[in-house]
Design a protein around this ligand. Structure first.
Ligand code: ADP
Ligand code: MG
Length: 289
């Protein structure tokens, strides 16, 4: 049976903006030896500014932003929301037919009778699109655009590290946890964030299922000598949140799927609640002894 102090800790946690789905998860935090983080929207704000738009003839930069925003209007992804916000043109966005969101890759659909793809480079390449090389890769998120299978343009978006990320990562390192970054983003973007947080282990270009495989690898490596936690913002992260020994989701982002898949939710999208959750768990354990 679960000691009462863990139940009491749930109440205290909820007043601090941390939702535990059950008292077993409080003490589970004390067993965590490794914490794997999603990057976009978890270690970073996930609130992008469009920093560059490039267009190849016959398209103008305005066309590129217009087409991308029209497609991205069907996606709840933070990249999509930022592109829609960046469209400040006078025209209303165009209605997309058969719009399809492909998890971890992008969005495609029919726009005025033409087939448009908006998403990551490797996805467009799989579809046979020949891209123009990117001359300066600088860690920003890159979204590529193709119209009827022909390369059309590129949008770059700059994300910011969450203000709380360095302190949260240092806390966990100090508590003896191994750390990792698992991201669907490119090597350049993933490495940039991992380096700045001094996290040596990072895996990039991961689709949702590949994040699960990485997590299982970490679990095998620990060989049952401790738990692996995953912290994510929920965009495409439901499978790995479920598979982790303890899944922790950023709350308040309107991503109900993630909230359901997680064992612990940090309300109000506040990463700085993570060390507090670990602190509460430690405190509760001490009271039991
Ligand atoms: P992360 O694992 O870092 O949170 P995601 O798995 O959510 O990233 O997305 C991985 C990559 O897929 C993004 O960096 C982006 O290149 C591409 N992508 C995902 N969704 C979209 C979208 N709606 N529009 C454009 N690109 C997208
Ligand atoms: Mg994410």
């Amino acid at each position: 049976s679960i000691p009462l102090t863990f139940c009491a800790a749930i109440g205290r946690a909820s007043r601090l903006g941390i939702l535990f789905k059950g008292s077993a998860f409080v003490d589970a935090l004390n067993r965590v030896r490794m914490v794997a983080f999603d990057k976009t929207g978890t270690l970073t704000e996930g609130d992008f500014e469009v920093s560059e738009v490039r267009a190849w003839p016959p398209f103008s930069r305005k066309d590129i932003l217009f087409v991308a925003a029209s497609l991205e209007a069907v996606s709840p992804h933070p990249i999509a929301r930022s592109i829609v916000r960046a469209w400040s043109g006078s025209r209303e966005l165009e209605r997309v037919e058969d719009g399809k969101v492909v998890a971890g890759k992008g969005v495609c659909g029919m726009l005025k009778g033409r087939f448009v793809m908006v998403g990551k480079a490797s996805w467009l390449q799989e579809a046979g699109v020949v891209l123009q090389a990117d001359d300066k890769e600088d860690g920003s998120v890159v979204v590529e655009l193709a119209v009827d299978g022909v390369y059309a343009g590129r949008i770059k978006l700059a994300d910011r590290m969450r203000g709380a990320a360095p302190a949260v990562v240092d806390f966990l390192r100090g508590a003896g946890c191994e750390l990792a970054v698992l991201t669907g983003d490119t090597v350049v973007a993933g490495q940039y964030v991992a380096r700045r947080l001094r996290i040596p282990t990072f895996h990039t270009n991961l689709l949702p299922d590949a994040k699960v495989s990485c997590l299982e690898l970490f679990q095998r490596r620990l060989g049952g000598k401790g738990y692996v936690a995953f912290v994510g913002d929920g965009m495409n992260d439901a499978p790995v949140l479920t598979r982790a020994d303890i899944g922790i989701a950023m709350g308040g982002l309107g991503s109900d799927v993630a909230m359901e898949a997680a064992d612990v939710v940090l309300m109000a999208n506040d990463l700085s609640k993570l060390p507090i959750a670990f602190g509460l768990a430690q405190h509760a354990r001490r009271l039991v002894r």
